[in-house]
Design a protein around this ligand. Structure first.
Ligand code: ZN
Ligand code: ZN
Ligand code: FE
Length: 762
């Protein structure tokens, strides 16, 4: 048909600017191939703002080029903005690639996240004829390390940890060939010039590593964003030993499987989960574990004790691919640290701190610049949901339509900390920093902020922080000079984060359910119904407060919350009373007198009280453990719900204690624990429904945003969403940032920006 239409032969030249994630993702070779394929002349280059292009040729061909530029962009590129303007044709004879400008100044170009090994590199990895056959550091413009090796911008080899490796002739030829897949691939290398693998003085480090794993030994493996500890996932002793040496009692370990088929032998992987597992970010994906005789035996019980879910990931570096192929079975791959310390990433500290855990070290000589943990995700109703946003996602910005009038730093929360730097329309949420409770994590936090400031050229004028005066992130914020401080209430930040995640401004009914957050009245909140926009909120209702006998001790010992909730009404013959007989009276007295018993409306503590009452556990070894196990216990077939009363008022109060009385009655009637656990979950969902209806009556709002760590509970989330939708509510959930405190920094940033904006507050 083409011939039938006379071509528009008028010669035009168009200048194009492309902004977004367009560097280090094969964009220039793509433009080069596209332009030369269409017979256009001109040039393409990288600068601090992104990619600039000029194309010259017949008008119709140039518009064809523009169409394909957006439509066929490389898989990892993300075009945020594309602008064009007509310029005078220069009758250029060819298409050229301009050299990268290594200048200082504004740094708007985006550094990409680390990318899992691409199919082309995998093919070469397995091809005996290829010069990178079995080379553990193979990569190209479409894959490989990025964020973890970048020291500074612009993203060019001398400013990465690959600077130490001089390219050999053949690699350099590929690097400079616009038609090559490795054209300007900064980390490109080969066995002749790149990093090397080592395991003590083994001749074949990979074979030695696989052999050690098969013998049940524990191996430290230097990865992309830090060290992992590996063990044969089928070997009961090996996994148990790893648990003991790591001082990690119950928290499930993640497993790496060679491929999707192997993952499916261990767990039920639906379409959405498979999409996450095979995505270029390659997070740990939580999936329902397979039960039954055969496949389950493939996994040591100590991997994820008593857990229906399993965290699985697929290989994301060539080293992982080779290791998994050599071991021939799934391995436990958990972060290299002792108990709750941050993941080890420097070689010297790895040798020192992992010495008591690992039997051997599989290492290499490419330095890790930024410690970056594996991300954790799951699918909910076919939609991906991040629980920890780190390796593979960071530092890709989240676009905020309404933008940031002045540059913002948001310091985040105390647990699962992330920070966020933002300017213009971009929010850069940091990698997972961890719990800000030791010097090492605090150093990651402060160094991370400095690194992001340089990388993204953000000089914050507004600094947002939590209201909790004792959070180290708050203390960091208030000590900064020459900036405007904005305190953002914890649960408001959760809801603002959910709004930003969904690209909305509110106002909405915000349901923020979590363990702990400092309230505007100085008490501990955590079961909140807020009428909230980005800038402000009103507390419309909450769970009726109860005392936390012993403060922090009540968080570690859920049975104390049972005592606080039931008070004198707990019959003496009750198991939880009998188990804690020696301290029960003292703790209830403490609760009643309000001495060292701060009041809380926390939903997390309500789950704790229910879990201990049901005999799930009296003390915990990691945050949220009692609630996690209560969810595991629940009978998925049971739909009954305990009712909870609403005490009218402003704010209204929902009586969580009613749910515990429901449990008490069923315990007396000898109803099974799984049925009781399910009825409790549905009771909380019903309580959320009651609260939202009351909020709608008062504020006339029809959209609900669900946020806070409690909504990591899938049973509760599913039940709550169903009930709310049945009541005609539109429901907003998290997807790109976690509903837990890892999402707080984004919420703080958008809240501070909304207040910073001129005009009436939203
Ligand atoms: Zn590749
Ligand atoms: Zn080379
Ligand atoms: Fe929280």
């Amino acid at each position: 048909m083409r011939e039938a239409v006379p071509p528009v032969t008028q010669l035009v030249r168009t200048a194009i600017r492309v902004e977004g994630v367009v560097q280090g993702v094969g964009f220039r070779p793509f433009v080069y191939t596209l332009a030369t394929g269409l017979g256009l002349t001109g040039l393409v280059g990288n600068d601090l703002d992104g990619v600039f292009v000029e194309v010259e040729g017949p008008a119709s061909t140039v518009s064809d080029f523009l169409l394909r530029l957006e439509r066929d962009a490389p898989p990892l590129a993300r075009i945020e903005r594309l602008t064009t303007r007509a310029v005078t044709p220069q009758r250029s004879a060819s298409f050229a690639i301009a050299a990268s400008e290594l200048a200082s100044g504004l740094r708007r170009t985006l550094v990409s996240a680390d990318i899992a090994t691409c199919p082309d590199c995998l093919r070469e990895l397995c091809d005996p004829a290829d010069r990178r056959f079995r080379y553990p550091f193979i990569n190209c413009t479409n894959c490989g390390p990025r964020f973890t090796i970048v020291r500074d911008v612009p993203y060019d080899r001398p400013l990465t940890t690959m600077a130490a490796f001089a390219m050999c002739e053949r690699c350099a030829a590929e690097y400079h060939d616009p038609a090559d897949r490795r054209f300007h691939a900064q980390p490109a290398c080969c066995p002749a010039c790149g990093p090397r693998l080592a395991l003590d003085d083994a001749e074949d480090p990979l074979a030695a590593a696989a052999e050690l794993l098969r013998q049940g030994q524990i191996l430290a493996v230097k990865g992309l964003g830090g060290y992992h500890l590996a063990a044969d996932a089928a070997c009961e002793q090996a996994v148990a030993r790893l648990r003991a040496r790591k001082h990690r009692e119950d928290k499930p370990f993640a497993v790496m499987a060679a491929d999707l088929a192997s993952a499916r032998r261990l767990a039920e992987v639906d379409l959405a989960a498979a999409g996450l597992l095979t995505s270029s970010a390659r997070p740990i994906v939580l999936v329902p574990r397979r039960t039954g005789p055969g496949p389950e035996a493939a996994l040591a019980a100590a991997t994820a004790p008593g857990n229906r879910q399993l965290g699985i990931m697929l290989p994301y570096t060539p080293l992982h691919h080779l290791l998994l192929a050599a071991v021939t079975r799934p391995i436990v791959l958990t972060s290299g640290n002792v108990s709750d310390e941050p993941i080890v990433y420097r070689d010297d500290e790895a040798r020192e701190r992992l010495a008591g855990i690992a039997d051997a070290f599989l290492v290499h000589d490419r330095a890790i610049h930024v410690r970056t943990d594996d991300s954790v995700a799951r699918a909910f109703r076919g939609r991906p949901m991040l629980l920890r946003r780190s390796r593979g996602y960071v530092p890709e910005p989240i676009t905020i339509r309404s933008g940031f009038p002045r540059p913002v730093l948001a310091c985040g929360a105390e647990l699962k900390n992330t920070f966020c730097l933002a300017r213009d329309r971009r929010a850069f949420v940091s990698h997972h920093i961890g719990d800000l409770e030791n010097a090492e994590t605090l150093r990651s936090f402060t160094e991370g902020i400095e690194h992001f400031r340089r990388l993204f050229d953000v000089d914050p004028r507004v600094v947002a922080h939590d209201l909790h005066p004792e959070y180290l992130s708050t203390k960091y914020a208030v000590e900064l000079d020459g900036v405007d401080l904005q305190g953002v209430q914890h649960h408001h930040a959760h809801i603002a984060s959910c709004l930003a995640d969904n690209g909305e401004d509110g106002p909405v009914i915000g349901v923020a359910f979590d363990g702990t957050g400092y309230g505007t009245d100085g008490t501990i909140w955590g079961g909140e119904f807020l009428a909230a926009g980005l800038a402000s909120f009103e507390r419309g209702g909450h769970l009726a407060p109860v005392p936390m006998p012993g403060g922090a001790a009540a968080v570690r010992q859920p049975w104390r919350m049972t005592a606080a909730y039931l008070d004198a009404e707990a019959p003496e013959r009750l198991d939880v009373v009998r188990r804690n007989q020696d301290r029960w009276a003292a703790v209830t007295a403490m609760a009643r007198r309000g001495v060292n018993a701060p009041l809380t409306s926390s939903a997390g503590r309500l789950f704790d009280a229910a879990a201990a009452l049901l005999g799930v556990r009296d003390t915990i070894n990691y945050e949220g453990q009692a609630a996690v196990e209560l969810e595991q216990l629940a009978d998925p077939g049971e739909a009954g719900a305990y009712p909870a009363g609403l005490e009218a008022g402003h704010p209204f109060r929902l009586r969580g204690a009613d749910l515990l009385h429901g449990i008490l009655e069923d315990l007396t009637a000898r109803v099974s624990a799984p049925v009781i656990a399910a009825r409790f979950h549905h009771g909380v969902a019903a309580l959320i429904e009651t609260g939202c209806v009351a909020m709608r009556d008062r504020y006339g709002l029809g959209t609900v945003a669900l946020s806070g760590g409690v909504f990591q509970n899938l049973l509760l989330l599913d039940a709550a969403v169903s009930r709310l939708q049945a009541r005609g509510f539109r429901v907003l959930l998290h997807a790109r940032v976690p509903c837990n405190d890892g999402g707080i920094s984004l919420g703080q940033a958008v809240a501070a920006a909304a207040r910073d904006r001129p005009g009436p507050p939203s």
